[in-house]
Design a protein around this ligand. Sequence first.
Ligand code: DGL
Length: 409
Amino acid sequence: MSDALESGDKVEVQWKGTTFSGMFISKDEKITVIKLQNGYNLSLENVSISSINLISKYSPKNVVRGNMTGKGKHVFLLGTGGTIASYVDYETGAVKPARTAQEMLYAQPDLARVASVDAEIILNILSEDMKKSDWINIAKKVFEKINQKEGVVITHGTDTLSFTSSALSFLIENPEAPIVITASQRSPDRPSSDAFFNLTGAVKVAQSDLGEVGVVMHSSTSDDILDIHSGVRLRKMHSSRRDAFKSVNSEPIGTVDGNLDIHWKKYEKVNGKPTKLYDKISEKVGLLYFYPGLSEEIFNKFAETNDGIILAGTGLGHISNRFLSQVKDYTDDGKIIGITTQCLYGEVNLEVYTTGRNMLDAGVIPLHDMLPEVAYTKLSFLLGNFDHDTARNLLAKNLRGELSERRTE
Ligand code: DGL
């Protein structure tokens, strides 16, 4: 039975006639380790164990909260998964995902230099597995904490981080305390890991007066500076480099230096207005990357299942003229099509070529310099919380700094 056990499972161990209940941590040839309810790890020699019974499988609902007392303002740490949440099990040398908040803190002893931290893991997934409902659950938890004026740091996988950061930016209006997201490209067991600096810097930013969603990641390949990006203006631009994240169509809102001092540029401060949580999101919004060869059939199927579509068009925001009548039928039906550009840098302009003007006549909404994923989370938020007309009106308006209505360059 014990071979099938995973760390985090609840077990009962019979050892020399005594029963111990706790959470299974690990087992090697000689020793089985369980975590008792009081938090202590108990190591038992296998030869004296007569049975190990599984009481319940690991579930995030069973996750114990963790805390660490250190210097500095209190911060709440919310784990959702990704590489940053892995830790080295020094008994086996294996790199494992932290399944408990205590494990996550155990991997980050440096945090005590800058903060007292309460931690909770609400998800333990790779970020490609994130669902829209996860954004809502994260937003609810964050809202609960920032209402107590406590800065929050969310640890996340890098792949879809910019989706979550923009979703949170829309779902929580006027945050009363900082909401900071961080991640790492290299796991904490590697000498080149970016996890420690990113997390410690993020905790410092969560102790500041930031009143918007910020994302803290390496600015360069050295451990000397972190960028603080606006949650609605960033993109993972490299699959493996530590400085993979860049602000797009805007500058980072600040930096954190190697002494953990923050240097702000242009950022939103906590403004004292009431914080509002929007706790709904539309599942019927899709994001489509236009490509030569896209068939009308695929476009139709995609359109049928959604009340709103964000298109990442070519260049200034184009799609083929072949789709114009379908696009018109769709928008005549009261549905919404927002246009962004695959170029990422620069803005959509549908006034230059005939194609663009035809698209405007067919009812599409050009979305300035908003990134496709930001437009996607924004429309999902708008259609989840407002009627269609309001959603259509707000889509191309600047709500959280996600677009520049007029560009100068
Ligand atoms: N696939 C990645 C994710 O986004 C795992 C590694 C990482 O944290 O970036 O979760």
